[in-house]
Write a protein that binds this ligand. Structure first.
Ligand code: LFR
Length: 469
């Protein structure tokens, strides 16, 4: 089988990238084409994403990808979840809000006044996250002017092709999708004052979304199809976790650490609701039964604050090496505390949490960073244990994929605190999942998720961390 090529657009909360994916017999690799910064931008009405800059960067990246690899056959797009843009008269009405914007707090209060959380969980199976799309849409003043609300990857696909769709894995993070049949819960939307007409037709990963509009095709240099992938980045990442058995847990670790297991059927118990475990839809109708843990966000926001203080960049690799060398015990805190969710002075907020639990924040930076990594690992271990208890599965391995898989301190701490071996990598699981689903739709990859994961395992052997007892 000859090697085939596709383009993967993968947008994260701190950076976006365009990659060429190549796939063939025993071949699966990525060529990075472009990488650009991303992050919250403060506007008069709150925190947003700079969608115009993002889309320009995506188009430039795609043009460069096609220049380098004229054999590219399709494009797939994934990004973080929940955030959306509104469309009116065929145009983007307003920049998407950032999920860390505080307006959603009002949405939570209003939604829960109308529909209690118990009922929401029964209907949508989602963990409570204050920024889930339904809370945002409830308080969106511009929604009445709009024809459609499109999640970020669907919004980009619309700009590229003109087609309006809702890819199902990401749609499952809105809170407006029924957990039982994966269709829009239009009754719920209506009760919340969200016009069901805003919600476009659902498509599954692998579906053809459309072909590039002529002016976009000219700019990129080819009239390519855009294929739906697991457009929620976590769905793409989980599709590429080289798991070989149901007794594996996974952690997709970037800005967030998404910790859980894969299920064929939901576990909608009171215990799952109380533990705030979610049912997000995965590729091929699987459920991502997981819990959000604040991941590398805590570290990157801390480093950002120190850099502002110093007026100079910090070498993260050196900082983590120094943190690894710390031998004295470090205090830990609840990585999931809601006070750590907004951007801004993270060291002070962590210090306040430590003080509230009668502990003292280390004054030296490596020890402080070590405390952050250990606190994330504690939260990871708790979530793995909870996933096991809620599903009744004995878990025997933890896969870590994404940026966190390169953090040896975090991987070892997770092995130590779970008491389970950690298999780390691939770092680019999200982009690989994106490539695999496109390739399968083109007939260039095997049919089952298990076979796709076997290809990942064969081409990206994970690094093993054994727990120290
Ligand atoms: C990870 C992620 C999480 C989602 C959070 C906000 O990038 O997509 O799965 O809960 O971002 O959208």
């Amino acid at each position: 089988m000859s090697t085939r090529a596709v383009a993967a657009v993968d947008l994260g909360a701190t950076s976006g990238r365009v990659m060429i994916g190549r796939i063939g017999d025993g071949v699966l690799d990525l060529e990075p084409v472009s990488r650009f910064p991303n992050g919250p931008v403060e506007r008069a009405d709150g925190l947003h994403w700079d969608f115009e800059a993002l889309s320009e960067n995506v188009l430039d990246g795609l043009a460069e990808a096609v220049r380098r690899e004229p054999g590219i056959e399709s494009i797939g797009i994934d990004s973080w979840a929940v955030d959306y843009g509104l469309i009116a008269d065929g145009k983007v009405l307003a920049e998407p809000f950032h999920y860390r914007d505080e307006r959603s707090a009002r949405g939570v209060a209003e939604v829960h006044e109308i529909v209690a959380f118990d009922e929401l969980y029964r209907r949508n199976g989602l963990q409570f996250l204050p920024f889930n799309t339904l809370y945002q849409l409830r308080v969106d003043d511009r929604a009445p002017e709009a024809e459609s609300a499109l999640l970020v990857p669907d919004l980009l696909a619309f700009l590229l092709t003109g087609a309006r769709v809702a890819e199902r894995t990401n749609a499952s993070t809105t809170g407006l999708l029924r957990v039982d049949d994966g269709e829009w819960d239009t009754d719920l939307a209506s009760r919340l004052g969200i016009a069901p007409a805003l919600l476009p037709a659902l498509v599954d990963p692998g579906a053809l979304i459309g072909t590039l509009r002529p002016q976009i095709a000219r700019r990129i240099g080819a009239a390519l199809p855009v294929i739906a992938v697991g457009s929620h980045d976590t769905a793409s990442a989980v599709a590429a976790v080289p798991m070989t058995s149901p007794s594996a847990a996974y952690i997709s670790c970037g800005t967030w650490g998404l910790v859980g297991v894969e299920l064929a059927e939901p576990v909608l118990t009171d215990a799952a609701r109380a533990a705030n475990f979610t049912h997000e839809r995965g590729v091929d109708g699987r459920f991502r039964f997981l819990h959000n843990v604040a991941g590398l966000w805590l570290l990157s926001e801390t480093v950002r604050a120190w850099e502002a203080e110093d007026g100079a960049p910090i070498d993260l690799v050196a900082l983590l090496a120094a943190a690894s060398a710390v031998t004295a015990p470090v205090p830990t805190f609840d990585a999931n505390d809601p006070s750590l969710s907004a951007p801004g002075d993270m060291p002070a907020r962590i210090g306040a949490l430590l003080a509230a639990s009668g502990q003292t924040a280390p004054t030296d930076r490596p020890a402080f960073a070590r405390g952050i990594v250990e606190s994330i690992a504690v939260a990871f271990a708790e979530a793995v244990a909870t996933a096991s208890a809620l599903t009744g599965r004995r878990l025997d391995v933890v896969h870590i994929v994404g940026g966190g898989s390169l953090n040896t301190l975090l991987c070892q701490a997770t092995a130590d605190r779970t008491g389970l071996p950690v298999l780390a990598g691939p770092v680019e699981a999200t982009a690989l999942g994106n490539v695999l689903v496109q390739a399968r739709a083109l007939g260039a990859a095997p049919a089952t998720l298990e076979e796709l994961r076997a290809l990942v395992a064969a081409t990206h052997a994970p690094v093993r961390y054994t727990p120290h007892t």
